[in-house]
Design a protein around this ligand. Structure first.
Ligand code: PHE
Length: 357
């Protein structure tokens, strides 16, 4: 029995891992283990023999179980020590930089103006950026020979010989959305249509793709006075100046009659532009009363309905609000630039799982 003890105590001490230890446990004290078998033999012994061998075997079993448990704990500690040695962490390393996204200024300004017009009951309408020349021109009372077609530096979509689909253009303004909306929903209506428009033009204040927001309000007795009120409310809210003045200058658009270009009040002091004060004027949009021919083209009866429309450059009012000198800056996505102009970045996840501004 002492041999048995030495054998197992030594083997347990030398076990290299938990699997080896478990094998030893089964071999010694498992159901069919050596010590278990010995215990079974007790039954065949005489009473005296049993009285001596029984307690000895029990003691041996206890000793081996204790040795197994102790070794198991020791192996666990060793494994943890090994992991701790391997998986060290250098807490003095600088953190990994986190990429912070930011909403584009045009998107932010679009959201701002949408919210302001929504407060005045305008909903948002959309139309395609590639449209037929009928929606972009003809329905807006710009016939084929009209100089406005040339003036707008239109991008025409390529057409193969024999392609008899109507000519398509990259829309040169958001006004075709007026037609599409009235055609579908009729009158009365009160919408804005923000979106991308395209003209072949490129300099400090023109990019081939830019953004406009169209406004359209049709009802039984909408007038220029309503237009003026809506625009003044809008500019006061957008530029955050109460009582900002507008100036309406007679103008011409084929799709409105009468037509007006609208300026907002501003001042230039030491090269600093201030919106909503002083006696200077800045042109910001085109507008007018929707031409009866336009209503007709959209299936709305001009003897019953009338209203105003306006078209405003989103890039332009964004530049004015945030003092951005060059339109091309909108195509430069440098985060420092965005921060400089006070655009809020998107919430980004932090290490703590929350959101930071
Ligand atoms: N569509 C015109 C433009 O792009 C703007 C405008 C819209 C003028 C609606 C009057 C009414 O220049």
């Amino acid at each position: 029995m002492d041999d048995l003890r030495d054998k197992y105590i030594q083997a347990i001490a030398g076990a290299e891992d938990e699997a080896a230890l478990e094998a030893l446990r089964l071999e010694a004290v498992g159901k069919k283990g050596e010590i278990s078998l010995k215990m079974r033999e007790l039954g065949k012994m005489s009473a005296e023999e049993r009285q001596i061998a029984g307690p000895k075997l029990n003691a041996l079993k206890d000793e081996i179980n204790a040795a197994l448990a102790a070794k198991k704990a020791a192996l666990g500690d060793a494994a943890l020590d090994a992991r701790l040695r391997e998986e060290w962490l250098d807490v003095t390393l600088p953190g990994r930089p986190m990429r912070t996204g930011s909403i584009h200024p045009i998107s932010q300004v679009t959201e701002e103006l949408t919210a302001i017009f929504a407060d005045m009951g305008f909903s948002v309408a959309e139309g395609p950026q590639i449209d037929t020349d009928w929606y972009n021109f003809d329905a807006l009372n710009i016939p084929g020979h009209h100089p406005a077609r040339a003036e707008m530096d239109t991008f025409y979509m390529h057409r193969d010989d024999g392609d008899n689909r109507p000519p398509h253009v990259l829309r040169t303004h958001t006004s075709p959305v007026q037609i599409r909306h009235m055609e579908k929903y009729g009158a009365p209506c009160r919408i804005i249509a923000p979106g991308r428009v395209y003209r072949a033009d490129y300099d400090q204040t023109h990019t081939p793709m830019f953004h406009q927001v169209e406004g359209l309000a049709i009802d039984r007795d909408i007038s220029m006075a309503n237009l003026k009120w809506v625009l003044e409310e809008f500019f006061a809210a957008f530029f955050e100046v109460d009582g900002i003045k507008t100036r309406f200058r007679a103008s011409h658009f084929p799709f409105t009659e009468p037509s007006a270009e609208v300026d907002i009040q501003c001042s230039w002091e030491d090269g600093q532009l201030k919106i909503g004060e002083g006696d200077g004027w800045l042109e910001v949009l085109g507008s007018g009363m929707v031409h009866p021919k336009v209503l007709q083209a959209a299936g709305v009866d001009p003897s019953e309905w009338q209203g105003f429309a306006f078209g405003m450059g989103i890039d332009r009012i964004a530049m004015l609000k945030y003092g951005i000198p060059d339109l091309r800056a909108f195509f430069d996505s440098d985060l420092r630039w965005l921060k400089h102009y006070g655009f809020s970045s998107l919430g980004v996840p932090t290490l703590h799982g929350g959101l930071s501004a």
